[in-house]
Design a protein around this ligand. Structure first.
Ligand code: NZQ
Ligand code: ZN
Length: 458
């Protein structure tokens, strides 16, 4: 093993029924005036939010609620949450939801503890986080791993920028992981979650530092468990056994454990964040849409040996030749994504084939205006990012006929068809334009030329 430093402070309460321990955990971690943060209403409809509020009342804790967090959570909404936390003098922020809600709760915690400091200054790197409030989590979707991670990801709509912030202040004080709470997930959202969990592991597994056998073996075991149970939870999110495995893997995949001693790659995440910033697509879908193109690109750069290990130890592919094994593993992984029902190319995100201008803009967003490289397994320049986006943009997805799509045309299509990060796939709705409900595309205006502030591992 290579040297590492690891601090995982989150108390975890895992298993069916653990939801009932929430208020006691809040009290244990010092919460007396609680801001309860939630999303677009799934936890209201399931009754979870009501049950949590009853528990807080029964513990004689003061609380207020703050809902409306959107997937790919917005900076402006988090700022509203900070105002509410300040007004009630909150001393603990309780997230009831998934990654978007948890990341908003983390942002509110930082903002409440640092009144007067613009929130984005933490995400832009202008200010380090030196204090915050405790955050508690009741997880409703296994996916982002934010319940134990040191990351939080926000979208600044004005800058059309989606960025992660990594700091130990982002580690929640406690996390309630009750797999039964994910039973109401729509299949597409469950599939995006499984994809994200795989990718948090792969984005660490593919790294340039040799000699971390324990981390590699943990990663391979985790990948095998997720592959075995992922399709089960998409088929039936109420399958509590499969969901419990996926939920625990979700936390382990992003709390740092599977990458200890290595150097995170996370290039696929960065390529995906630019896609979500520009097109507001679900996070997991943004990753699967570029993974094949990334994998092929880096495997071809002297990367067959590592992919061959992945082939043998994760996929059980018994090929002696490294290149053949590597190609087989990439094909099997892509096929798995297809079976989950997530996109494996940019056109499958639902916008058709992107034109050159859109690819250039994605490259600019991902490279922070050509001021940074991404990745560690293979370091990718802006030109490399452009090549990968172009490869992912190939019409080779075999599902539907594609048309070239410019930005303005894309916006128009989205206005007509909906689709995005809200749990719905961005695939073509055949009923669109003929009386189907219309969703308004909230594309982010503005440009993005920003200074490099260091690696972003979220
Ligand atoms: O908003 P509600 O109504 O709750 O619905 C949500 C939302 O539409 C729905 N959902 C969640 N639990 C549900 C449910 N629907 C029915 N039943 C349930 N039990 O799922 C939709 C997506 O929720 P979201 O929180 O956005 O999902 P996820 O957990 O995948 O989080 C994605 C966000 O986390 C960031 C992503 O970039 C994205 O912004 N990430 C955060 C990381 C971190 N902090 O460490 C790391 C990740 O790599 C990722 O970047
Ligand atoms: Zn992720």
């Amino acid at each position: 093993m290579q040297p590492f430093q690891y601090w995982l402070k989150t108390e975890i309460c895992f298993g069916a029924g653990s939801e009932s321990k929430t208020a006691a955990l809040v009290r244990k971690h010092g919460g007396r005036r609680i801001l309860v943060v939630y999303g677009g209403g799934s936890c209201v409809r399931s009754g979870l939010l009501g049950r949590i509020c009853e528990q807080l009342q029964a513990e004689n804790l003061t609380y207020e609620t703050f809902g409306g967090v959107q997937p790919n959570p917005r900076l402006a909404h988090a700022e509203l949450g900070v105002q509410k936390a300040l007004a009630m003098d909150a001393d603990l922020i309780l997230a009831v939801g998934g990654g978007s809600v948890i990341d908003t709760a983390k942002a509110i915690a930082h903002g409440k503890a640092n009144p007067g400091t613009p929130l984005w200054s933490f995400w832009s790197g202008a200010q380090p986080v030196t204090r915050s409030l405790p955050v508690g989590v009741v997880l409703t979707i296994p996916a982002a791993g934010s319940e134990t991670s040191d990351s939080a990801v926000l979208t600044n709509e004005a800058l059309q920028s989606k960025r992660g912030l990594s700091t130990d202040f982002n580690r929640p004080a406690f996390a309630v992981l009750d797999p039964c709470l994910a039973a109401t997930l729509p299949p597409y959202q469950a599939a995006c979650g499984v994809t994200d969990i795989l990718m948090h592991t792969l984005d660490r597994y593919f790294n340039p530092v040799p000699g971390n056998e324990t981390s590699d073996a943990l990663a391979e075991a985790l990948l095998r468990v997720v592959l075995a149970n992922g399709k089960k939870v998409v088929a039936d999110p109420a399958d509590c056994h499969a969901m419990s495995e996926i939920m625990w893997c979700g936390s382990l995949s992003h709390n740092g454990l599977t990458g200890l001693g290595g150097r995170k790659d996370f290039a696929v995440h960065q390529l995906g964040h630019a896609l979500s910033a520009k097109y507001d697509v679900a996070h997991g879908a943004s990753l699967s849409a570029v993974w094949r193109a990334w994998a092929q690109f880096v495997a071809d750069q002297d990367g067959y040996a590592r992919f061959a290990r992945f082939a043998r130890n994760v996929w059980g592919i018994q090929e002696e030749d490294d290149e053949v094994a590597a190609q087989a593993a990439i094909a099997r992984q892509v096929q798995y994504f297809r079976e989950l029902g997530v996109p494996v190319s940019l056109p499958e995100l639902g916008f058709g084939v992107l034109d050159d201008g859109a690819l250039d803009h994605l490259t600019e967003l991902c490279s922070y205006g050509n001021t940074r490289t991404i990745g560690s397994f293979r370091v990718l320049t802006a030109d490399d990012m452009r090549t990968i986006y172009a490869a992912a943009n190939g019409a080779d997805c075999g599902r539907k006929k594609h048309v070239i799509c410019s930005d303005s045309r894309l916006r128009h299509r989205r206005q007509r068809r909906g689709g995005g990060s809200d749990g719905q796939p961005g695939t073509v709705d055949p009923k669109a334009g003929s009386g189907a409900p219309v969703k308004v595309y909230s594309g982010y205006p503005g440009i993005s030329r920003q200074s490099f502030r260091g690696p972003d591992y979220s």
